[in-house]
Design a binder for this molecule. Structure first.
Ligand code: DP6
Length: 390
């Protein structure tokens, strides 16, 4: 019996992936670019045990058993990794043995984060460790076939998923642009907003968009290539002004495409739009860009902010979006923000934002930072004992 346990990070796109040119191979219509978040605050964790004596492949997701056979994406990932194992693996663990897989996310589903990205990246990375397959671009093509955005979670720092041009997808790979060390003071605040609506899942939403939105095709052909180059340069130069502006513009364009889809897909809600206005007013009051928002296929905001500006920004958020739970430990999660910092921040500037406070519209905030790619943990972290959940 052989076992490995690994963690993999969440990534948030600055230039969004939205639209496929091939559904099964998950080939995108445009390049995308993301930042990987630290696994200390948000991660997927997976244990895989392989044994000659197992009769079936089995999987437990957040404690519940799920059928691998019923998911074409899971089946495909397993098949593809085993093909790589036969070609380049160590053969210590036979790819013909059945596997038991347990996977958990350490973050609440309410955070609305693409848990599939961290989950599939963790699955593929763990399988690669199990079969001792050397890390290669090809591994990113396997994670991509689980969930498109998962290919970007195989690296830390800033990552580009190249759309590729080949029909078989072998050139649709993710590559690291720079490691997390390049811009270590890049922090993120995830604002989890109150929302009960049922939203269209990403996979469906982007299918409808490819079929009905003319703006999507204009963006893929004309806008994204130029934006990717500008953003890469901003990252190289640690130029937060350009970085932030491109990020906000791309988020806005992605949601414009959602609205240009017929029938339209609405992912942001009133609070999301209030956060957008707040960030622009805040940046105006600061005299330069201190915060940049991006929204995925849901209403929660992800704000990019440099470490030195976090206390001031949190202070402003708490003034404009006060909450009855503000003093509870549940409200501000993740990396600590020292209270002295909050008190000495330039709160006087915030008073003049002129925004009417909106009570209880933000449920809680997760404070995290740029992070590294997946890693293997020791046996003590295993989610399986003798191949079964603990
Ligand atoms: C808005 O990767 O979840 O987060 O490939 O169909 O599994 P599938 O979609 P998924 O889509 C992510 C969309 C996004 C933008 C992004 O992460 O680039």
């Amino acid at each position: 019996m052989f076992s490995v346990t690994c963690v993999a990070p969440v990534n948030i796109a600055l230039i969004k992936y939205w639209g496929k040119r091939h559904e099964d191979l998950i080939l995108p219509v445009n390049d995308s670019l993301s930042m990987t978040l630290s696994t200390n605050e948000l991660c997927a964790k997976t244990t895989i045990t392989a044994s000659k004596s197992f009769e079936h492949n089995r999987m437990w997701l957040n404690g519940e058993e799920v059928s691998i056979e019923e998911s074409s994406r899971l089946t495909r990932c397993l098949k593809e990794v085993r093909r790589l194992a036969l070609a380049t693996g160590s053969q210590k663990v036979s790819p013909s043995w059945k596997v038991h897989i347990a996977s958990v996310n350490n973050f609440p589903t309410a955070a609305g984060l693409a848990s599939s990205a961290a989950g599939y990246a963790c699955l593929v990375y763990s399988l690669a460790r199990l079969y001792e397959i050397p890390f290669s671009d090809e591994l990113t093509t396997v994670a991509r076939q689980g969930s498109g955005s998962a290919c970007r979670s195989l690296f830390g720092g800033f990552v580009q998923w190249h759309r590729g041009v080949l029909d078989n997808g072998t050139d649709s790979v993710a590559k690291q642009i720079v490691s997390s060390q390049h811009w270590p003071n890049m922090h993120v605040l995830i604002l989890v907003v109150n929302d009960q609506r049922k939203k269209t899942a990403s996979t469906r939403g982007m299918q409808n968009a490819v079929n009905t939105s003319t703006l999507l095709h204009h963006r893929a052909d004309k806008v994204v290539p130029e934006r990717i180059n500008q953003l890469r340069e901003a990252i190289q130069n640690r130029d937060f002004q350009t970085f932030g502006e491109i990020t906000m513009r791309d988020s806005n364009q992605f949601h414009a495409i959602a609205m240009d889809t017929y029938p339209p897909c609405v992912y942001m809600n009133d609070v999301s739009h209030e956060i957008v206005s707040f960030v622009h007013s805040y940046n105006n009051a600061m005299g330069s860009l201190h915060a940049a928002y991006t929204f995925d296929a849901g209403p929660n905001a992800c704000l990019y902010v440099l470490a030195e500006h976090v206390p001031q920004l949190v202070d402003a958020i708490q003034k404009v979006f006060p909450s009855d739970l503000m003093d509870s430990a549940e409200y501000l999660r993740g990396l600590p923000i020292s209270p002295e910092h909050l008190e000495t921040s330039q709160s006087n500037k915030i008073e003049s934002l002129g925004i009417e406070p909106k009570k209880n519209s933000i449920k809680y905030i997760i404070h995290t930072e740029i992070g590294q790619g997946p890693s293997q943990l020791g046996e003590e972290s295993s989610l399986l004992i003798n191949g079964l959940p603990q």
